[in-house]
Design a protein around this ligand. Structure first.
Ligand code: NAD
Length: 409
């Protein structure tokens, strides 16, 4: 299923609960602006390669637009559109003063040298610099990009606009990045799990977890879940997976990954086919890689009781129906992975104030935001007697509509 179709179906279900008319629905679903640029890169060997860069700005009723930039061969306008829309709903669920955007380049960063990545990023920034900015649209890292990518964007953007660390978040700390940002999305996943299980009178420590993807989100989620006493029994990356029913040593895994850049050969567990990860028998599945990985066929084989969505839109609405029939509880992406954008917001606040918070303050404030949002989400789910995904969309749409109405035409 196309990513926009999936997102719009989720949106539509919540819109019907709220009684939104067709015109307002169309207005809320349609992006504010879609940017598409050509980027020609001179490779290290002197040959030329062309790529397409995208930035979709979805909604700015509640503040400047915010969303990551992804480098991945499968980046396409449909998915960027869906991800931009999800950002509007995500920032609204956790009540940050932002709208939503998303961008990307259809390249494989693993095939590019550091120098090539830098030249590509600088050209992309030149093409979009008049459409982004600290009060307009603030990019951040996503799949295939990182703090270094953000540093290049700050440098290139600042050539046009003067020193502007607040143009992106997820920067290196030396350039105005926030302490705690790197681990923030994974930490938010842990906090979502804590909220979920505390409500049920239980704890993370009483549960087993399988994590798909061992990049920024997956590795931090796994490490922090393990530190909280949860048993991480399986993890995967793009070409390998490893399991250990007694619990994996996630610190050793992260160190292995740092050195080898693959989970292959990790001695602390048995190797597993990466595609089997989603069907591992566990209490909680944390998808933290690509979107669209759980369709109705995968859903039928899935054996987890809970899904906490570290990735964006890992499950489509057909799969959600199968999972609901099986009694699987889904903590949706627009809440569960909002820890990253929340600490991005703290970074932006620190940049505006030219003041640094210590890491304890960052984590404490993140905790407060995730808990308050969980409470709002649970109340909405009870009010409408609906699942958590529909509740998250309903909560977000109501907030965006209210801001849109207050601003007037
Ligand atoms: P990343 O590039 O750091 O890591 C991605 C991981 O997924 C890697 O381990 C990679 O090997 C794995 N992977 C890629 N293709 C795969 C496949 N086909 N099967 C299994 N594993 C595969 O990316 P990230 O920043 O960790 O982002 C992961 C997901 O989380 C994305 O959906 C992203 O949109 C979402 N997300 C990220 C953040 C953030 O702060 N980084 C915030 C919110 C949501």
């Amino acid at each position: 299923m196309k990513a926009t179709e999936a997102t719009n179906r989720n949106f539509g279900r919540a819109a019907r609960l709220l009684g939104i008319d067709a015109t307002a629905e169309r207005q809320l679903v349609t992006p504010y602006r879609e940017i598409k640029v050509e980027i020609t890169l001179t490779r290290d060997d002197g040959t030329l390669a062309t790529y397409t860069g995208f930035r979709v700005q979805h909604d700015n009723a509640r503040g400047p637009m915010k969303g990551g930039i992804r480098y991945h061969p499968e980046v396409d306008p449909d998915e960027v559109n869906a991800l931009a829309s999800l950002m509007s709903w995500k920032t609204a669920v956790v009540n940050l003063p932002y709208g939503g955007a998303k961008g990307g380049i259809n390249c494989d960063p693993r095939q590019l040298s550091l120098g090539e990545q830098q030249r590509l990023t600088r050209q992309f920034t030149q093409r979009i610099q008049d459409c982004i900015g600290p009060q307009m649209d603030i990019p951040a890292p996503d799949m295939g990009t990182n703090a270094q990518t953000m540093a290049w964007i700050v440098d290139e953007y600042s050539k046009f606009h003067g020193w502007s660390p607040g143009v992106v978040t997820g920067k290196p700390v030396e350039l105005g990045g926030s302490l705690g940002r790197e681990a923030a999305t994974g930490r938010g996943v842990l906090m979502a799990a804590q909220c979920l299980f505390e409500d049920a009178g239980s704890a993370v420590a009483n549960h087993t977890f399988a994590v798909q993807g061992f990049g920024n989100v997956g590795s931090w989620a796994a490490r922090l879940i393990a530190q909280a006493g949860g048993k991480v029994i399986a993890v995967s990356d793009i070409d390998s997976a490893v399991q250990n029913e007694h619990g994996l040593d996630c610190e050793a895994l992260a160190a292995w990954m740092q050195q080898n850049r693959t989970l292959k050969g990790f001695p602390g567990g048995e190797q597993l086919a990466p595609e089997s990860l989603l069907a591992v028998e566990c209490d909680v599945l944390v998808p933290a890689a690509l979107g669209g990985v759980i369709d109705k066929r995968v859903a039928a084989e899935l054996r987890a009781k809970y899904i906490i969505e570290g990735a964006n839109h890992p499950s489509d609405p057909d799969a959600d129906e199968v999972l609901a029939k099986k009694g699987v509880v889904i903590v949706p992406d627009i809440y569960a992975n909002a820890g990253g954008v929340t600490v991005s917001y703290f970074e932006w606040v620190q940049n505006i104030q030219m003041y640094h918070w210590d890491e304890a303050r960052v984590n404490e404030e993140l905790h407060r935001v995730m808990r308050r949002a969980w409470s709002d989400l649970r109340t909405t789910a009870r009010t409408y007697a609906c699942d958590l995904r529909t509740a998250a969309f309903a909560l977000a749409i109501a907030r965006v509509m209210r801001a849109t109405g207050l601003r007037g035409n």
